[in-house]
Ligand binder design. Structure first.
Ligand code: F6P
Length: 349
């Protein structure tokens, strides 16, 4: 078969491991040929391809980023975009497409499948917020990066008796914040799923500092927001409006600055900010992510040869299964409240 591959949306450690697994398994087991599309759906819309052979996959396993490039291009938001995708696939003689991405990339794949495109999906996002799979690859690496950072922030916070607000990624869901916050022993963990009460946060910090702990690391997901604006006159929590991407998402980042200022203003404790940003997405994947990405890649090419299109590979109960693309990309997977209230909160004081 002639199989196309693309990686879309924000990059993520383990993308190259998936590409390697699809190509090596497909070439060795089935004699497939592969063609990469550059920069996600943009490469299919614009017919921009990258040759992909087994040889190109040598040494790819530990390499971060994606050799295919990526973008947040949404062909469905462009006039005639879906038709151009279908035309490119036909002109290039592509029998099947493997789309590696998050809710946006796989949402497009689901819509194109309805229009006859033979596509299977592989779930990717450091945010871990895709439904249908217990974990996405890239998440474990991001949590490790954030945990290492929290460990480092703690010692400098202790030396200076400061509050350090550490902002991690997590647009809709606070998976990274909760996991890294638990692993790093954070004093507060603030997530998008549960708007926070700044008064209560400051009260807890005061209790903690008055109780003999003179420093705190507060972990906040970039999508977290207070239940009431810090400054009612401002009508927001002090973060400037940002541009939207082609999927209508606002560019986040910066809630920690407003939060740290407000903590300092209310408590008098000196507060500092560290925004981990793209350090969480770059670099080499952890062993867990390499293995998960490899299993997803092998499963994806098997689904192609079973003719089981319109499916996304998923991890459920330790096994790789296939779930409907539309189901997986339709709704964000929020943090389990039990993890927050029964586990994380035991250690927040
Ligand atoms: O891929 C998801 C994500 O990591 C979000 O947590 C974050 O809001 C977004 O990507 C940032 O994307 P970009 O690199 O396009 O600014």
């Amino acid at each position: 078969m002639r199989v196309g591959l693309l990686t879309g949306g924000g990059d993520c450690p383990g993308l190259n491991a998936v590409i390697r697994a699809v190509v090596v398994k497909g070439a060795r087991a089935y004699g497939d040929e592969f063609l990469g599309f550059a920069d996600g759906w943009r490469g299919v819309v614009e017919d921009h391809v990258v040759e992909l052979e087994v040889e190109r996959c040598r040494d790819l396993l530990p390499t971060g980023g994606t050799i295919l490039g990526t973008s947040r291009t949404n062909p469905l938001s462009q006039d005639g975009g879906a038709e151009r995708v279908i035309a490119t696939l036909a002109a290039r003689g592509i029998d099947a497409l493997v789309a590696i991405g998050g809710e946006d990339t796989l949402g497009v794949a689901a819509r194109l499948y309805e229009r006859g495109v033979q596509v299977v999906g592989v779930p990717k996002t450091i945010d871990n917020d895709l439904s249908g799979t217990e974990v996405t690859f890239g998440f474990d690496t991001a949590v490790q990066v954030a945990t290492d950072a929290i460990d480092r922030l703690r010692t400098t916070a202790e030396s200076h008796h400061r509050v350090i607000v550490c902002e991690v990624m997590g647009r809709h869901a606070g998976w990274i914040a909760v996991h890294a916050g638990i692993a790093g022993g954070a004093a507060e963990i603030l997530i998008p799923e549960e708007p926070f009460d700044i008064g209560a946060v400051c009260d807890r910090l005061r209790r903690r500092h008055e109780g003999g702990r003179f420093s705190s690391v507060v972990v906040v997901a970039e999508g977290a927001a207070p239940c009431e604006p810090f400054d009612p006159q401002a009508g927001d929590h002090g973060v400037a409006p940002a541009p939207l991407d082609e999927f209508g998402h606002v560019r986040l980042g910066g809630v920690s600055n407003a939060l740290a200022s407000e903590i300092e203003r209310r408590t008098g404790y000196e507060a500092r900010v560290t925004i981990l940003g793209h350090t969480q997405r770059g670099g080499t994947p952890t062993a867990f992510d390499r293995v998960l990405a490899t299993r997803f890649g092998v499963a994806a090419i098997e689904a192609v040869h079973d003719g089981d299109f319109g499916k996304m590979m998923a991890l459920q109960g330790g096994r790789i299964v296939r779930v409907g693309l539309a189901d997986a990309s339709g709704m964000a997977k929020n943090v389990d409240p039990a993890l927050v209230h029964d586990v994380a909160e035991v250690f927040l004081w």
